[in-house]
Design a protein around this ligand. Structure first.
Ligand SMILES: Cc1cc2ncn([C@H]3O[C@H](COP(=O)(O)O)[C@@H](O)[C@H]3O)c2cc1C
Ligand SMILES: O=C(O)c1cccnc1
Length: 354
């Protein structure tokens, strides 16, 4: 079973980061003028040890599961939508499917706990159980089940990496997982429920108030211990969030950049980093989700999302957009001319970065 004590994540390669910075400052542009793309190139170098890396083999890994909190009446969306949209993702019809095709990225979908029976030739069937229990009444799952979901996430990511994937995005599908994510975020950071709970895929005002009350009740009933992130996931999380945390950890262990999608994805990343703080340096925040709690989680991680489009889809849909930015950053690293080639005398360039 998943044993966090045995897991080691290496610090970033400083030598490669220095080499990347030196190359960036030699490119024919003012120092730092490519902003976040430069930061990205430096961090990718640190993660992989390669200054001009090849990220053409990439994929999004989606974990799908149901959440018992749906029974409390906090969502107008039928619970069966988890299974139906999972099939849409597999059939190439969902947002993440289209964006992965557009970005030349693979897409793997794993059932870690969809309540309804579901069959599809491409679906990886790893149901830990048929959905969780309602966190507003008691724990979502046992600690053993949380560990099993984490192990599944870890194994799935590891399998993709062993198959040659060099850049991995982590996504999810599960109705009501913005509520479980809010509960995990509050449990880990002490954030106020009113700041962590948003409207997710859409709720009316009455259901929104109920959603807030249910998340508050989940924290009261379960009393999750912030020092025990696995306990937090088991008590107030979901099978999807636990599996995502395991997948991030596999990226860190294997020295592969992990791209974070929206709210659920960043909360799972935060939980993983509470277990293994060194993992944070391997995470790339793709976009700033519209969901209000996203800002709290990304700030707790000290990451900077690169794309601001007020997206709130989930599924891993922000990851392929980040892949395109990574492609752009690597094109710059590979193809821009340098001052040392000697076609411009730039005089004394002033570094105005803070
Ligand atoms: C048709 C449809 C497609 C989706 N694709 C992703 N989500 C997103 O919405 C859900 C979270 O929002 P909430 O907590 O409000 O249920 C997740 O499944 C997430 O991936 C969808 C939601 C719907 C309705
Ligand atoms: O940011 C997200 O991931 C998100 C937001 C709302 C609904 N589903 C997902």
């Amino acid at each position: 079973m998943f044993d966090i004590e045995k897991i080691k994540i290496k610090p970033l390669c400083m030598q490669a980061m220095d080499a990347a910075r030196e190359h960036l400052d030699d490119l024919v542009k003012p120092i730092g003028a490519l902003g976040g793309m430069e930061e990205l190139a430096v961090r990718l170098a640190g993660i992989t040890g390669v200054v001009k890396g090849d990220y053409s083999k990439r994929a999004v890994l989606v974990f799908a599961a149901d959440n018992g909190i749906w029974d409390e009446g906090i969502s107008p969306v039928p619970q069966e939508v988890t299974a139906a949209q999972t099939l849409n993702i597999l059939n190439g019809l969902a947002g993440v499917s289209v964006l992965c095709r557009w970005a030349n990225a693979g897409l793997r979908v794993v059932d870690v706990g969809i309540k309804a029976p579901i069959l599809h030739p491409f679906l990886i069937a790893r149901k830990v159980c048929k959905g969780t229990a309602s966190i507003a009444q008691g724990p979502a799952m046992t600690r053993q089940q949380a560990l099993e979901a984490m192990q599944t996430g870890f194994d799935q990511a590891q399998e993709l990496i062993r198959g040659g994937v060099r850049l991995l995005g982590i996504g999810e599908m599960g109705i009501c997982n913005t509520a479980t994510s809010a509960a995990v975020l509050c449990a880990l950071t002490g954030a106020q429920v009113t700041r962590a709970v948003g409207k997710g895929a859409g709720v009316d005002e009455a259901a929104f108030q109920k959603k807030r009350a249910c998340v508050a009740r989940a924290l009261e009933v379960n009393k999750p211990d912030p020092q025990d992130p696995i306990g937090v996931l088991a008590k107030v999380g979901g099978l999807d969030i636990a599996a995502m945390a395991g997948a991030y950890i596999a990226c860190g262990v294997n020295g592969i950049p992990a791209v974070v999608d929206g709210y659920i994805s960043i909360v799972a990343a935060l939980a993983a980093c509470r277990l293994l703080p060194e993992l944070r340096d391997y995470l790339i925040a793709s976009h700033r989700s519209f969901e209000p709690g996203y800002a709290l989680a990304v700030e707790a991680l000290g990451l900077r999302p690169m794309i601001h489009l007020d997206m709130r889809l989930g599924e891993g849909s922000g990851c392929p957009l980040a892949f395109a930015v990574i492609d752009a950053a690597m094109a710059v690293m590979r193809e821009m001319g340098t001052f040392s080639q000697g076609n411009i005398d730039a005089g004394s360039l002033v570094d105005i970065r803070e």
